[in-house]
Design a protein. Structure first.
Length: 564
């Protein structure tokens, strides 16, 4: 998808292939952009015209704006039309400098007579995330508008190279001595209704020296001052913030079943030396403490194959591979085949949460829903493993601590390839239950509920007092985050955490087996509920998805120790 928004005096620019929603701006300067997140359209606050200061915006030089949805393969023809008549182009993109490289190649072919600026020249961040404030500063500096720039961070240079921005720029394509703006842009001039401060993280900006409300000499003087390294103007009081921001590391969601899976495996291993191989998905976050359950992460499906390599190199250790249900179907099967054929002593833990949670809850063969909508019989993960020759396959609900730990111990004790199917739906697929509650009279302030599983729904109040905690403080549950999964209740050694009586069953819709009719299983919500015609049908869909099997009745649970 390629979307171009060009200033065209209120008319649609058919040649550029986009709309003229930013028609208040005319001239030969430009702003372009790239969305590097799975091809989805970036949010475009600049195009929304949310200008807060009309007077300031009026001082902006004329510009063009382009947003690219498919940076590879590089849309050469569209960008060549866009860059016609431009002197400079600023590229702001996430991840690698794909668009910047493409523009440089385009200029090298003689199809774009413009100077390209971006990560390679130090005009854009070469690491980290493109946040709105930083982008606004960089665009303001690029336009030579020091009054809009402020030092929210070191926005002048963050590249790891010792080469200065100017030195790097000199090695790029030189600015054409004679740049003629396209006639439809040079025909008129108008004030900008788009504030540079409202630019978005997925933007590129480009300018040319024609038809500006300020003189070219003034803009060049401002740019020279910017290159001199003079400090930017301080932000307004409204933007000032002196307090220290809290540390917010990435973490598994409150109630995420993966937390119980990791905890069960770690508990089952105890002090046994082991290598825990991770994979690509939400469960990569299991590497963080206190879970500390992921030692490696390379690429999709590599957890299973790396575990086999470690098993050969370090046979005295146990080797565990974690893989999600979606990744299992996408790239895990070949690794399982190799493990079975060569007899590698590994345990594959399939974290089946009935969705592809990390990238937007897309369906996969185990969900029974296709991309185009029609439903199909879900592919059973257990049956696939059986067909591949895995002899030891156990299933468990990761939110049932005792059952999950018992299943993990059984699979880990098996000599040869074994598998654990941890089955519990993603928190996005089920309606939250009543949150857990802390019994202030029973809480001792030991923090075990925090240090054992690291759920973000549990905090600690050092000022709280109780008959057993005394001066140590007490844990508390954030009701806005807790979804009532019940794992913490099973962790607390003093029974200080509890779930309301109506939510005591933590089995949820794990496999559709062994759940009594009168149990308090939480109802599915969101996409599952929307696809069902009735609550009963929603329950059935959730159960099938979480189990990854055609029907609960068609796949009975295995009893009597399948790995014996």
């Amino acid at each position: 998808m390629l979307e171009v928004r060009a200033a065209a005096a209120g008319a649609e620019d058919a040649e550029a292939g986009g709309t003229a929603r930013d028609a208040a701006v005319v001239g030969a300067d430009a702003v372009t952009g790239s969305n590097a997140v799975c091809g989805n359209a970036a949010y475009d606050s600049a195009a929304d015209g949310r200008a807060k200061d009309t007077a300031t915006c009026a001082a902006l030089p004329p510009y063009r704006f382009m947003r690219v949805g498919t940076p590879y393969p590089f849309p050469e023809d569209a960008v060549a039309r866009f860059a016609e008549g431009l002197e400079r182009v600023l590229v702001l993109e996430e991840l690698d400098h794909v668009l910047e490289d493409g523009l440089l190649v385009l200029a090298g072919k003689g199809r774009a007579a413009c100077e390209v600026r971006g990560r390679l020249t130090g005009d854009a961040r070469d690491r980290g995330e493109n946040d709105v404030d930083d982008i606004a500063c960089r665009i303001a500096r690029f336009f030579g508008m020091r009054e809009l720039a402020f030092d929210a961070s070191d926005v002048s240079r963050e590249t790891s190279s010792a080469m200065s921005a100017e030195t790097a720029a000199e090695t790029m394509v030189a600015t054409s001595a004679a740049v003629v703006a396209p006639s439809e842009i040079a025909a008129s001039s108008a004030t900008s209704a788009v504030s540079a401060a409202s630019a978005t993280p997925d933007l590129l900006a480009a300018t040319a020296g024609s038809a500006s409300t300020a003189t070219p000499a003034a803009h060049e003087a401002a740019r020279a001052k910017d290159r001199s390294g003079a400090p930017a103007l301080a932000p307004s009081d409204a933007l000032a913030f002196d307090a220290t921001l809290p540390v917010r590391p990435p973490v598994l969601c409150a109630g995420c079943p993966h937390r119980g899976s990791f905890y069960a495996v770690k508990r089952a291993l105890g002090k046994t030396p082991a290598v825990l191989c991770g994979d690509i998905g939400c469960y990569t976050l299991g590497n963080a403490k206190p879970l500390d359950a992921v030692d490696t992460c390379l690429c999709m499906g590599a957890g299973i194959t790396m575990a086999q390599g470690f098993a050969v190199a370090e046979p005295q250790k146990k080797h565990v591979a974690f893989v999600g249900d979606s990744t299992f179907f996408a790239s895990g099967l070949t690794g399982v085949v190799n493990a079975v054929y060569n007899g590698h002593d590994i345990t594959v833990c399939v974290l089946d949460n009935a969705t592809t949670a990390m990238t937007g809850s897309q369906p996969h063969p185990g969900t029974g829903v296709t991309l185009m909508g029609p439903r199909r019989t879900p592919v059973s993960i257990r049956r696939v493993l059986e067909a591949l020759g895995v002899e030891c396959i156990v299933r468990a609900d990761p939110l049932d601590r005792a059952g999950a730990e018992a299943a993990a111990r059984e699979a880990l004790a098996f000599e040869g390839p074994s598998a654990i199917l941890f089955e519990s739906p993603c928190v996005q697929l089920v309606r939250p239950g009543a949150p857990a509650q802390v019994d202030a009279d029973a809480c001792t302030g030991c923090k075990k509920c925090i240090t054992e599983i690291g759920c973000p729904g549990i905090g600690f109040n050092a000022d709280a007092r109780g008959p057993k905690s005394k001066e140590r403080g007490q844990a508390f549950v954030d009701a806005s985050l807790c979804n009532g999964c019940g794992l913490c209740v099973q962790i607390c050694p003093f029974n200080a955490l509890e779930i309301p009586v109506s939510q005591t069953d933590v089995s949820r819709e794990t496999s559709g087996e062994g759940v009594s009719d009168n149990s308090s299983v939480r109802r599915p919500s969101g996409k599952v509920a929307a696809e069902a015609e009735s609550p009963a049908a929603a329950d059935e869909i959730a159960a099938k998805r979480s189990a990854g099997n055609p029907s609960a009745a068609a796949e009975p649970s295995v009893e009597g120790g399948p790995c014996a």
